[in-house]
Design a protein around this ligand. Structure first.
Ligand code: ADE
Length: 218
């Protein structure tokens, strides 16, 4: 069982994906659990403010420490072992091996803190266990990175994906060894034909063809 607590101001942006398809199936099978904490609930003052302007000047607003610490501490009060993940463009770049490592530590509870606005007060890092970047580009918030991390972790949990084979292919993959091309019916679609060898029933030759055609990302 793997649990994710997502701390966000935009639950409505995240929840529909987790209630669909494989993520929903993982929950139904008792293999994953998702819950939300509304950062606004820990905001300051009558406006429940969660952000403020940067010392030293500059554009934009930064997430303040107090609401973030209070939100994280409210989750840790129930599970002190929960680990905090911060999606940030300056984190370690996410890859398949990391997804497998996270999926392999079970039972586990991850708190994903989704920043918004231009950034966060640096002191927030003192309560974070993993800083993760989804790539060298900047998004408006941590919600999409949270979903990508969750999806890539949860699909690796035994029992979430369909066939045995899916897991087997994964187990040899470090994320740079992509799957071979696949085809389903019809054999001939508008003149584009399925490679002969895949119709041959010769499993040895099919395995060789697949090995030869499995993509390596650059
Ligand atoms: N927040 C904004 N951009 C991001 C990125 N590329 N990866 C993770 N978190 C982010």
């Amino acid at each position: 069982m793997i649990k994710f607590t997502i701390i966000t101001l935009f639950q409505e942006a995240v929840e529909p994906y987790l209630k669909s398809s494989m993520m929903e199936k993982a929950v139904r099978k008792g293999l994953a659990e998702f819950d939300f904490v509304n950062l606004r609930d820990f905001g300051l003052g009558p406006h429940k403010s969660v952000d403020d302007t940067p010392y030293g000047g500059g554009d934009g607003m930064l997430l303040r420490c107090e609401p973030v610490f209070a939100a994280i501490e409210s989750v840790k009060a129930k599970n002190p072992d929960a680990k905090v993940i911060l999606p940030t463009p300056v984190g370690e770049i996410w890859n398949q091996k990391m997804a497998r490592d996270f999926a392999g530590t079970s039972p586990a509870h991850y708190i994903i803190l989704c920043p918004h606005y231009e950034g966060y007060d640096e002191r927030i890092l003192s309560i974070v266990d993993h800083k993760i970047s989804l790539g060298k580009y900047v998004l408006t918030g941590g919600e999409l990175p949270a979903l990508i991390m969750i999806d890539s972790i949860v699909r690796l949990i035994p029992g979430v994906l369909g066939g045995e084979q899916s897991a087997e292919i994964e187990s040899f993959s470090e994320g740079d060894n992509l799957e071979y091309p696949q085809y389903t019916r019809p054999e001939d679609f508008r003149g584009m034909k399925v490679p002969e060898v895949l119709l041959s029933g010769n499993h040895g030759e099919i395995a060789k063809w697949r090995e030869k055609h499995s993509g390596k990302s650059k």
